[in-house]
Design a protein around this ligand. Structure first.
Ligand code: 48F
Length: 260
């Protein structure tokens, strides 16, 4: 059958418009498609929560693709092994409490699970600002990453949600924007970002789970953004904490949304 050039274009325009319309209102918007954001998106969507995940880059996966120094292997500890099992990701025991997995398989499996669970995933979109009403985050301001990168003077559009999850890694870019706009309003010791502390894998992995929580009404942090916000150590290419952080934030949000 003959393939019409413009029919292909129209199919893309029509169906992408549906996606954009669909994300105008979400229960949870996750900013950042790294490991913690992807795991969070997967659990939330599986629980029937309307979840949107926005990623600045063309590819989903954040810092996981490159393993350690571009050697595409990651390390996972015992406490996160059950999450690998749940997502059907293969791993090998290296030593007691050290398991290795292929970073490409991990990103692919987490992305497929989030997408097939019903999370709406949009790439090449950057979150550039927050919507705050009555001292509560109620949505985000978004634009094409291409606009951000070329600094074209083009106005963004706005989307709403009950909750926002900052899963933007080291940048903690949603939290940073909130502080720029509102001052020291965070639920941290100094009301502002406490900043990431030096490398200490063992400590950082513990802290990232503890630091995964609400930092301002309506705004949660997970993954490295949680340690940047609450002042935790960095931990490098061990990823168990990232996975557990995504699981923890999803469990908390599911409970909050279902109880209200
Ligand atoms: O950094 P990232 O992988 O987040 P994470 O889940 O995982 C951290 C680890 O990868 C690693 C580590 C492990 O021990 O320390 O660093 O905390 O992914 C964050 C994603 O957020 C995107 C960014 O492109 C990346 O893919 N991102 C950042 N700012 C924005 C954004 C923004 N303003 N809008 C949309 N996406």
């Amino acid at each position: 059958m003959y393939l019409e050039d413009t029919k292909i274009s129209k199919a893309i325009i029509d169906t992408y418009k549906d996606k954009l319309e669909d994300i105008l209102h979400s229960d949870v918007i996750i900013v950042g498609g790294g490991p913690s954001g992807l795991v969070g998106a997967s659990y939330l969507a599986k629980a029937g929560i309307k979840t949107t995940l926005l990623e600045r880059n063309l590819s989903i996966g954040g810092g996981m693709w490159g393993g350690g120094m571009m050697m595409n292997q990651i390390v996972i500890q015992e406490s996160a092994k059950s999450i690998l099992d749940e997502f059907n990701i293969g791993y090998k025991k290296y030593e007691e409490n050290y398991y290795t997995a292929d970073s490409i398989e991990c990103v692919s499996a987490l992305t497929l699970s989030a997408s097939q669970s019903g999370a709406r995933i949009l790439n090449s979109i950057s979150v550039e600002d927050v919507i705050v009403k009555d001292k509560c985050i109620s949505g985000l301001v978004i634009n094409w990453t291409a606009v951000e990168k070329t600094r074209m003077p083009i106005d963004p559009i706005m989307i709403e949600s009950k909750y926002v999850l900052d899963a933007t890694g080291h940048d903690a870019s949603v939290v940073n924007k909130l502080v720029t706009r509102m001052g020291n309003v965070l639920n941290t010791p100094n009301g502002t970002l406490e900043g990431e502390k030096p490398m200490w894998a063992d400590r950082g992995e513990e802290q990232v789970i503890k630091n995964t929580r609400e930092v301002y009404p309506g705004l949660y942090v997970s993954g490295m953004a949680a340690n940047a916000t609450f002042g935790g150590q960095r931990m490098g290419p061990i990823f168990g904490g990232m996975l557990i952080s995504g699981q923890k934030v999803a469990q908390e949000l599911i409970q909050k949304i279902k109880n209200c």
